[in-house]
Design a protein around this ligand. Structure first.
Ligand code: PBG
Length: 328
């Protein structure tokens, strides 16, 4: 042994030399139990429309979607989040509230063959309005209270179709309380609400708007989604949603908002979901395609960081890729 001028007693590296030991003391573990896969359902039969900006993802007709759900379920992804591309759009998105609407049909079809897969329905009008905003427009802006009426009807209709949980993503004030009352009054008191509580007006939704055909035709969503500069505001949003009866609170997007996820987890004793959104997913794929990064490694690093920040549930388009990796 060489004599050295300095001998640190505490050597952090001691615990890093052996990979078994590294695994033993790892503080964060990703599991397929954490994952929710978002899926897009469209009209027709035997339809698979690949979404060019989201490699591996597609709009699927109900029959194809059912097969996709089987595949996911048997690879360990036990929960899906559904978005609908309806045959017709209207000014106030009421087509989202009909019992024969696209997501309602999809839910019934999936449950028929896979009763144990956990189905979450996104509750929002933006895929159903002709203008692409998340609700009814009055004087050029989304009207809060009128929109809540449509959202509540949409939630009840989806609960009736057999959905396991509803996830309102519209960001209207007071929608959680009204939705809870509507569900309860209609007998769906067992249906949890996962609220998109802190949803930011984000550039990371770009690919999704192609996928869901929901880009606003005028203006933007800044009057209802949150300003990326704020996190105290997120805490207030979360607090209000909990008071109104939210069962799970969500932060969205995830990667640029890890501090918000952290606050959500540590300031409230609530299950926290994080939405690893379309732009975050597509960036990884685009850079990996150019060989600028190791896509799998970066994907795992990102998802682990979301978990480490405090998320219990991760909604991610990477779900099937991760499930495959975790299996091996
Ligand atoms: C609907 C909704 C959006 C996303 C989920 N629900 C789009 C938006 O608010 O414009 C985005 C998801 C993603 O980018 O993956 N309001």
């Amino acid at each position: 042994m060489s004599t050295r001028p300095l001998f640190p007693t505490t050597r952090m590296r001691r615990l890093r030399y052996n990979s078994n030991l590294r695994d033993m003391i790892a503080e964060t573990t990703l599991s397929t139990n954490d994952l929710v896969m978002p899926l897009f359902v469209c009209p027709g039969e035997n339809v698979t429309n690949p979404i060019s900006s989201m490699p591996g993802n597609a709009q699927m007709s109900v029959d194809v979607l059912v097969e996709k759900c089987k595949e996911l379920y048997f690879m360990g992804v036990k929960s899906v989040l559904l978005f609908g591309i309806p045959e017709h759009k209207d000014l106030d998105g009421t087509c989202a509230t009909q019992d024969h609407s696209i997501v309602q049909r999809a839910v019934r079809a999936i449950k028929e063959v896979l009763p144990n897969i956990y189905i979450i329905a996104d509750i929002c009008n933006c895929e159903y309005t002709s203008h692409g905003h998340c609700g009814t427009i009055i004087d050029g802006d989304v009207d809060n209270d009128l929109t809540i009426e449509t959202l509540c009807k949409q939630a009840v209709s989806l609960a009736k179709a057999g959905v396991d949980m509803v996830a309102p993503s519209d960001m209207m004030d007071g929608r959680i309380g009204e939705m809870r009352k509507s569900l309860d009054r209609n007998g769906y008191y067992k249906t949890p609400i996962m609220s998109y509580s802190a949803k930011y007006a984000s550039g990371f939704y770009g690919p999704f708007r192609e996928a869901a055909e929901s880009a606003p035709k005028f203006g933007n969503r800044a009057t209802y989604q949150m300003d990326p500069r704020n996190s105290d505001e997120a805490v207030r949003e979360i607090e209000m949603d909990i008071a109104e009866g939210a069962d799970i609170v969500m932060v969205k997007p995830a990667l640029s908002y890890l501090d918000v996820i952290y606050r959500a987890k540590h300031e409230f004793n609530m299950p926290v979901a994080a939405y690893n959104v379309s732009g975050e997913f597509s960036m990884v794929h685009a850079a990996a395609e150019k060989d600028w990064i190791d896509g799998e490694r970066v994907m795992l690093e990102i998802l682990t960081s979301i978990k480490r920040a405090g998320a219990d549930i991760i909604i991610t388009y990477h779900a099937p890729e991760v499930a495959k990796l975790l299996k091996n």
